[in-house]
Write a protein that binds this ligand. Structure first.
Ligand SMILES: [Zn+2]
Length: 231
């Protein structure tokens, strides 16, 4: 039995497995990312290369979470618990190798203003020019990714960038909390902190900013049948 099959039978002991489950390691991901691609006959779990060194029990938890996404089900297992503990702490030890001057300046402004300069710099990179995914923080890779929509020299764009940066850094600081196999990232504690951003109108201004920008963009179609452990 490979680890994906073990993950399946641990999660659904009463079910018969009708698909072939495959695990592959890929260097194409950021650290500790993973996804699953599935067809009628098979499911392929792609794990970033760093997972190779991690214990099977933790990887089983990761695969179980991906399985729950595919089947749209909620459950909790000891392995999921192990995975969550692991992913919350590993980022603090993940090497910081990626940065970019504009994002670094934004990080420094936000770190000084809202975190007393106490946060360690994470990996920083620009993502696609997306209007639906403005930013994300990957716990395992310790990486903040921000949509290219926020590239620009004017003061308003910088303020919007700082707001998105603040949101993602709050994820880095607060991590997440889990209950019944679900992870909660935007808790009330999170929202309360988010509201401490110095411009109280920032949400409305952000909506208008995006509406203005959106007119000049053409959207790529969303892929279906993919789930990744991204937040
Ligand atoms: Zn968020």
């Amino acid at each position: 039995m490979n680890i994906a099959e073990r993950a399946f039978s641990g999660l659904f002991p009463e079910r018969h497995l009708s698909r072939k489950l495959v695990v592959k390691y890929s260097r194409a991901f950021n650290a500790y990312n993973a996804n699953v691609k599935y067809t009628a006959g098979s499911m392929t779990f792609r794990l970033s290369y760093e997972w190779k060194k991690v214990s099977d029990e933790i990887k089983i938890g990761l695969i179980q979470l991906l399985l729950l996404k595919v089947y749209h089900e909620k459950k909790h297992t000891l392995n999921i618990d192990l995975y969550e503990k692991f992913i919350k702490s590993v980022g603090d030890y993940t090497q910081v190798t990626e940065t970019e001057p504009v994002l670094e300046q934004s990080f420094n402004r936000v770190n000084e203003k809202y975190f007393y300069g106490m946060l360690d710099i994470p990996n920083l990179c620009w993502g696609a020019s997306s209007f639906s995914k403005l930013g994300c923080y990957e716990y395992g890779a310790n990486t903040v990714t921000i949509s290219k929509v926020f590239q620009g020299d004017d003061e308003q764009t910088k303020e919007m960038l700082d707001y998105i940066m603040y949101h993602e850094l709050l994820h880095k600081k607060q991590k997440f909390y889990t209950k019944n196999g679900r992870s909660f990232h935007h808790t009330s504690k999170f929202r309360k902190k988010e509201k401490e951003f110095e411009n109280p109108d920032i949400e409305d201004e952000l909506k208008r900013f995006l509406a203005r920008k959106r007119r000049s963009y053409v959207f790529p179609r969303k892929k279906t049948g993919w789930f990744s452990r991204f937040f």
